[in-house]
Design a protein around this ligand. Sequence first.
Ligand SMILES: [Mn+2]
Length: 329
Amino acid sequence: MTKERTRMKKTNKFFEGCDSFTILCHRAPDVDTAGSAIALAAALEGMGKKVVIHADLPIRDQVKHFMSVLGRSFDKPDYDADCIVVVDTNSPTLVDLESVKRAPGRKVIIDHHALKPGIADAFDEMIIDEVAVSATQIVYHLLKEWGIKLDRQMALAIASGMVTDSAGFSIATTSFFRDLAAILEEGGLEFEEILDSISVPRDRSEKIARLKGAQRLEFVREGDYIISVSRVSSFESSVAKSLLYLGADVSFVGAAKDGEVRISSRASRDAVKKGIHLGRDILPGVMPLIKGDAGGHAGAAGANGVDASHLDEALELCLQRTREFLKSL
Ligand SMILES: [Mn+2]
């Protein structure tokens, strides 16, 4: 779907003539798709319409937390509703498109990504704005167009989607900040409330694992880089991540528990830019030592196996391979 083919109507009052709505979030929903659905649902319910919100599993912890803060839950989808609205979804694999196609009602899609082939044809109306930072920002403009005053819940839903999709404001635009300020003001919200709605409170055992990981930390310098190694009994990936916050460029954290052994590793953006690829070049080396598998991305990778007796050797091997790579730069 190219921008040219995108149909933008002057007014987008797609709700007219419909009494019941099913809003579909994308599979494994994020805060933007959930926030879009919640704000839209609240606006439609304010008009006396019946709305259900659905998303296909899995539902991640951040979204579970967000939904509970917003006081909303996912429901069973009603494909017989007068109108099906799909939010923050550009790919046919992210929703049950066959059910959408078969649905008798009006079908609308709202997104801030270019639609991938095979999805546009299922819809009667497309509200696509590729300049918007988040789908909730599009929903915000729709609600304004409909003359709706944002309440706290709508404002929180919209602003949270904007903040999470802006990737730490790295892709935020001037209009993004202008909209965000207006939304916070209209909803009577402090920015801190947005952060609370999207940050999952960390489990105490995870906090302890992070601190133990720091306590047992060993590190070596290789040129300008610092490689760190530690061992915990669980939350190894959270610990590996936290070691980067502490200052390491690359971290390896091993965990052995109940006959299972896992290694999690992280590399800083800088190390990844230099060409390190943990999932391809470093972690697979430990597979025979832990009798298991390894893989992952350049900056985040893991290994798991069934033999914990050589875990220290496996971590040492990761360290040596990383040193060799860094030496070769
Ligand atoms: Mn989005």
